[in-house]
Write a protein that binds this ligand. Structure first.
Ligand SMILES: Cc1cc2nc3c(=O)[nH]c(=O)nc-3n(C[C@H](O)[C@H](O)[C@H](O)COP(=O)(O)O)c2cc1C
Length: 186
């Protein structure tokens, strides 16, 4: 028999999710935070969404900058995820503390994170309030990828790149490339 819950402290039965650092710059103020609640929204036009709690510093920065970058981390960057996701830029400079390296974006003012294996530059097109989070929907203007991280079809090279996956609470895991299968219907 399955157990049934109707009270939820946390919504995490759908994890693991890939971990991204989402950031925005307003003038000299630049900050990134860890984000697991993110999703593709459309391919044409290319739209990507991030769900950000209203109390986060990053929320106000994206709303004001009207742009953001989304930076996907490999498993070896787990400490960066923990710092960016358990400390607020309102009380410390997370970029200085983590000594993360920044690279200029092509079309927007917010930089990307060099340590990420893939980064997206997004221009904000819509903000949708949903419960205690806001969905920031951005048009994807450019994607930066580490060489060899993806094949010619854009498929992740799971031998080279072990994506950092969030299991919930403060637990992380990654994928086993030996389980890779290509399956098509009969
Ligand atoms: C693995 C992980 C995933 C997270 N995902 C989200 C998320 O999707 N949305 C969100 O609002 N906060 C998320 N958080 C919490 C924020 O990253 C955290 O509150 C952070 O300190 C906010 O930073 P800021 O105040 O500098 O913007 C996550 C934290 C962790 C550790």
């Amino acid at each position: 028999m399955k157990s049934i819950r109707t009270q939820f402290g946390k919504l995490q039965c759908f994890y693991p999710y890939t971990v991204a650092l989402v950031g925005a710059r307003v003038g000299d103020r630049l900050n990134f935070m860890t984000c697991a609640w993110h999703t593709a929204l459309s391919t044409s036009p290319p739209l990507f969404g991030v769900l950000i709690g209203r109390t986060k510093l990053t929320h106000g920065l994206i709303a004001e900058a009207r742009e953001f970058t989304v930076n996907f981390l490999g498993y070896e960057r787990v400490k960066l995820s923990a710092l960016m996701g358990r400390r607020s830029g309102a009380v410390m400079d997370k970029i200085k503390e983590s000594a993360v390296s920044l690279l200029p974006a092509r079309f927007i003012q917010t930089p990307i994170i060099a340590e990420a294996y893939a980064s997206m530059e997004c221009r904000l097109v819509e903000v949708k309030p949903l419960g205690d989070h806001d969905l920031f929907a951005g048009e994807v203007l450019a994607i930066h990828e580490d060489p060899g991280s993806f094949d010619a079809d854009g498929l992740l090279n799971a031998v080279k790149t072990k994506p950092l996956l969030y299991l919930g609470t403060d637990f992380y895991i990654t994928i086993d490339p030996e389980t890779l299968k290509r399956v098509v219907p009969d």
